[in-house]
Design a binder for this molecule. Structure first.
Ligand code: SAM
Length: 347
């Protein structure tokens, strides 16, 4: 591994380099091994809680990181201790060349886990390439099983296409297939048991996510249903038995119904922060490293990269982002000034 010269960095960097040469450790001793990369801010859906209503400002083509640039940053991150990468967006599969990119990403030595978050609209056409790239873990967003409601939430009449894509992913042996359900009070809250019941029939991990107050659209759904209420609603299906967590688990609290093939997960960014155990960094489509989803503190890595900085200098940009990682995001979440931010950060 190329060494960063301690004199070029702050005392904090000196400390972490003496302690752990190949690990990213922040000021609060959290080991950061997980990078979420948003490869595009564009999406083929317009989910009411995520993508702002049209017209919305999108990044210019030249401002979006090229695949080679993302791969270079990914390699750098791996040399610093990242071993888990998730590709997200916007809609990652909507960016041309995504499957080729996944193949290159999967070839990075030292990267143990690559996963993809998608809305599933293009799964049918891409599933073979995703599988042959070596991706095994998929998160698919699906907030309803009702095609009309699906259109109401996403602005597109493509439920059938997504559902067939999910079935194909199952046939191809992807494991786990996590179904992300954002709970929108007044829209899909009456359907949660039906969604949870999928775990009896399929080996899916159905994950209920509290709606986060991000972007202006949130104001319309400002009364999110929280995990305790969600749990109550679906417990009519049976007792939720806790599943032993493993070290690769994210923030989801995992459960299973007796006799079910799949699992139920709850993600509670609003009612119960998981900041203390946060092991994540994010790379945005326009080349910023973000150390907290709900903070706008970030480090621009694209500009130095395009100026031709060497790897060891780029690593210091990474480390600066790590140094700035806050202990927690604010106790009370309020809508951020920027509308539709989630679609550009990738969740
Ligand atoms: N297009 C892909 C998809 O739909 O899965 C990836 C990007 S999307 C931003 C990633 C995840 O963030 C999705 O599961 C989505 O439901 C979730 N998400 C978006 N906005 C959210 C919000 N305000 N609160 C909670 N989850 C949100």
């Amino acid at each position: 591994m190329q060494k960063i010269q301690p004199e070029t960095v702050t005392p904090y960097f000196k400390e972490i380099f003496t302690l752990q040469e190949t690990q990213l450790v922040d000021r609060y001793k959290r080991h950061l091994n997980y990078l979420r990369i948003s490869i595009t801010d564009r999406c083929n859906l317009r989910c009411i809680y995520c993508n702002p209503p049209l017209p919305s400002r999108k990044l210019r083509h030249k401002d979006v990181l090229r695949y080679e640039e993302i791969l270079r940053i990914a390699r750098l991150s791996v040399s610093l201790g990242i071993n888990k990468i998730r590709i997200t967006g916007g809609e990652p599969l909507a960016r041309k060349g995504c499957c080729d990119f996944l193949e290159h990403l999967a070839a990075i030595e030292g990267l143990k886990d690559i996963s993809l978050t998608t809305n599933g609209v293009l799964l049918k056409q891409d599933i073979g390439r995703i599988a042959s790239a070596g991706i095994k873990r998929l998160n698919i967003s699906l907030d309803t099983l009702n095609p009309l409601k699906y259109e109401q939430i996403t602005g597109n009449d493509v439920f059938k296409q997504v559902w067939e894509g999910i079935q194909l992913a199952l046939e191809k042996g992807f494991d786990p297939i996590k179904i992300n359900v954002v709970v929108i009070n007044g829209i899909n809250d009456e359907e949660l048991t039906e969604l949870a019941a999928l775990s009896f029939k399929y080996p899916f991990h159905i994950r209920f996510i509290e709606l986060m107050p991000i972007g202006k659209t949130f104001a319309r759904y400002a009364d999110p249903l929280l995990v305790p209420e969600i749990k109550n609603k679906i417990q009519v299906l049976g007792e939720l038995i806790p599943v032993q967590r493993n070290q690769n688990d994210g923030p989801a609290m995992r459960y299973k119904f007796n006799g079910a093939m799949g699992e139920i997960g709850f993600i509670s960014p609003v009612s119960k922060h998981f900041c203390k155990a946060c092991n994540r960094l994010r790379l945005t489509a326009d080349g910023h490293i973000l150390s907290c989803l709900l903070s706008d503190i970030c480090e621009d890595i694209k500009t130095p990269l395009r100026r031709g900085l060497l790897d060891h200098d780029l690593k210091t940009v990474f480390l600066k982002a790590v140094e700035q990682k806050p202990l927690a995001h604010p106790e009370t979440l309020t809508p951020l000034a920027q509308p539709g931010q989630m679609v550009s950060i990738g969740g």
